[in-house]
Design a protein around this ligand. Structure first.
Ligand SMILES: [Zn+2]
Length: 84
């Protein structure tokens, strides 16, 4: 066996600056959007779509993605604990 290689470095494209970032250095941010469909025969049909966007680290810092991610995690935790 020769040198250890970390597989293939998948390159993601930063949605902000367009730079190619290795997958393990890219910051993924899940953006959820909900929209209602126009079907009238069904009750309000709400569809959720989640888009995962990738940012390079400097853009993530600049756009405060880290803070957003933290807030998302907190919100998720709150929901799991279930405050009624
Ligand atoms: Zn960037």
């Amino acid at each position: 066996m020769g040198k250890k290689r970390r597989g293939r470095d998948r390159l993601m494209t930063c949605v902000s600056c367009g730079r190619a970032v290795p997958r393990d250095k890219a910051v993924d941010y899940e953006r959820r959007s909900s929209f209602t469909t126009d079907f009238r025969d069904k009750e309000n049909v709400t569809a959720f779509s989640s888009n995962v966007e990738y940012y390079c680290i400097s853009c993530a810092k600049h756009r405060k993605i880290f803070e957003k991610k933290k807030k998302q995690a907190e919100r998720r935790r709150e929901r799991r604990e279930g405050r009624f």
